[in-house]
Ligand binder design. Structure first.
Ligand code: NOJ
Length: 542
């Protein structure tokens, strides 16, 4: 027989968020990419009022918290990751009272709110950088950034061979002949964290948002604020391809941990449940775990899980190494499959029906693992990457600086479809800043609601079950134990719970591990044996 799998309805989708100490250890946190979530005023760009209007979707989905991408004053050279004023909301997104009301409304629904902080660099329009540019070489305001004389005749060459993550040299020449460092776009000059005013300023910025009531920060480029002494050459090109796999003099320097320790002390002053999550790229799981030592940040995105291809054996290795590395420092692992910087996982896993099947299975796998999980807006709808955007609508500086490299970041930032038959699919009163595909009507929240086969209902059921079964998610419920399984299949148990992943392209028959409670594709079982569909994940109650 084919099991119709239903999840029990729970009284409150957000009851868990009222627990205090350690809430983040198994929290499901939803990433809102503000400019693409919901638009309240018809300018085609999502905004804070738009987010507030759609909070009921998140409460019903059953997440514990929301992470909002930057909404601060910015020229938007990099989607707001170029901040010109850290304490003011960009008029594009609303104003401070909108931020305040959004935090209150979220809290009223039992949702915590995490905001982005961007400490590695400012915008080139930040008052500090304007001041620096107005000074002659060697001026004191330049000391807040990394200004250096060039090399070669007349200082015509950059001070070292570092490359921007977005392509091209990491240095731009300023008036007066000095060069300044920007690991990202030229509009994002890197701050010099050895300058005392930098640390003071960011402590004050953190307090500003904590006082407004936010529950924590996602720390942008948390691995980048400290550079190797002397800014040494690397000696090879294509440096962006080395990030997260090899040591680099501009990333993951030991000195960044002093900053995170000081921020942890500051967060703890606010009562112990305000958190910091590191966007950190480190060459190994062990190096990454250093960011979540007991006196540092609370979470660090597990990008090794995100970048792992659809290969159960490799996935198992990443899971084991991640759990071991974080356990060694007493922290939990923070799983993630997609975000606003990477190709959506439906497409990474092959696209089409196969990519969607794998993405649904990967979501159940992720949500079954001990620890916290991040859900990127739209993954609960099974959205694919939009790959065929015309060059003239693209806005990602990474695209613009690399002469049209494929697979970069606009295609995962398409405004969400909420309802209706044609663009803007309920995103807002009119238009969208990036064009939505004309065939997304069936992917909207409204279209998927109530359809038991939809990806949205799968996520809703999964998050309900995660609250009901302690063996799911909670790192404290007991160990994850791998059980024998055929090649291409993963089977693990936790107290009262089992999870199977069939990563093969064919049906696999197994002795039934228990009672199926949720599956990414229909399973057939006679109670003794089970036929696992290809590219599927199933949850079992024991
Ligand atoms: C990581 C952010 O997620 C990305 O969007 C941004 O471009 C870089 N950091 C630079 O701030």
């Amino acid at each position: 027989m084919t099991h119709e799998l239903t999840a029990p309805r729970l009284a409150s989708a957000s009851s868990k968020t009222t627990e205090s100490v350690g809430w983040w250890r198994d929290a499901v946190i939803y990433q809102v990419y503000v400019r693409s979530f919901a638009d309240s005023d018809g300018d085609g760009v999502g905004d804070l009022r738009g987010v507030r209007s759609r909070l009921p979707h998140l409460a019903r989905l059953g997440v514990d918290a929301v992470w909002l991408t930057p909404f601060y004053v910015s020229p938007q050279a990099d989607g707001g990751y170029d901040v010109a004023d850290y304490r003011t909301v960009d008029p594009l997104f609303g104003d401070l009272s909108d931020a305040d009301e959004l935090v209150r409304a979220a809290h009223a629904l039992g949702l915590r709110v995490i905001v982005d902080v961007v400490p590695n660099h400012t915008s080139d329009r930040h008052p500090w950088f304007r001041e620096a540019l107005a000074e002659p070489p060697g001026g004191p305001a330049r000391a807040r950034y990394h200004f250096r004389p060039g090399r070669g005749p007349g200082g015509m060459l950059p001070p070292n061979d570092w490359e921007s993550v977005f392509g091209g040299p990491a240095w731009t020449r300023a008036a007066g002949g000095e060069w300044y460092l920007h690991l990202f776009a030229p509009q994002q000059p890197d701050l010099n964290w050895e300058h005392p005013e930098v640390a003071e300023e960011f402590a004050s910025v953190l307090r500003f948002w904590l006082d407004l009531g936010v529950d924590g920060f996602r720390v942008d480029v948390a691995h980048g604020m400290v550079k190797a002494p002397g800014l040494p050459d690397i000696g090879r090109g294509a440096q962006a391809t080395l990030i997260g796999t090899e040591p680099l003099p501009f990333f993951d320097q030991d000195g960044v941990h002093d900053i995170h320790r000081s921020w942890r002390r500051l967060l703890d002053e606010y009562g112990g449940d305000r958190i910091g999550v590191a966007e950190a790229w480190a060459p190994t799981s062990e190096r990454l775990a250093l960011y979540v030592r007991p006196d540092e940040l609370h979470q660090a995105f597990n990008f090794r899980f995100l970048t792992c291809p659809w290969d159960p054996a490799l996935m198992r290795t990443v899971i084991d190494e991640s759990l071991a590395a974080t356990a060694a420092v007493g922290a939990t692992t923070t799983w993630v499959l997609s975000n606003h910087d990477v190709v959506r996982h439906v497409t990474r896993y092959g696209g089409g029906a196969q990519g969607l099947a794998r993405a649904r299975a990967a979501a159940l796998l992720m949500l079954a693992l001990p620890g916290s999980a991040y859900v990127y807006q739209g993954e609960e709808l099974g959205l694919p990457e939009v790959a065929d955007l015309p060059a003239e609508v693209r806005q990602d500086p990474a695209f613009l600086r690399t002469a049209g490299q494929d697979g970069l970041r606009d295609g995962c930032r398409i405004p969400l479809p909420w309802s209706g038959q044609e663009p803007p699919y309920g995103f807002g009163p009119a238009g969208t800043w990036l064009p939505q595909p004309r065939d997304w009507a069936g992917l909207s929240v409204a279209a998927q609601t109530g359809d038991p086969h939809s990806t949205l209902e799968l996520y809703r059921a999964a998050l309900e079950l995660r609250r009901a079964l302690p063996g799911l998610g909670s790192p404290d419920a007991g160990p994850l134990v791998w059980q024998p399984s055929p090649e291409g299949v993963l089977l693990f148990t936790r107290p009262g719970f089992a999870c199977t992943l069939n990563g093969r392209g064919t049906v696999v028959e197994l002795p039934s591990p228990g009672r199926p409670v949720l599956s990414s594709a229909p399973v057939e079982t006679d109670g003794r044996s089970v036929r696992l569909p290809q590219d599927s994940c199933t949850w079992w109650a024991l």
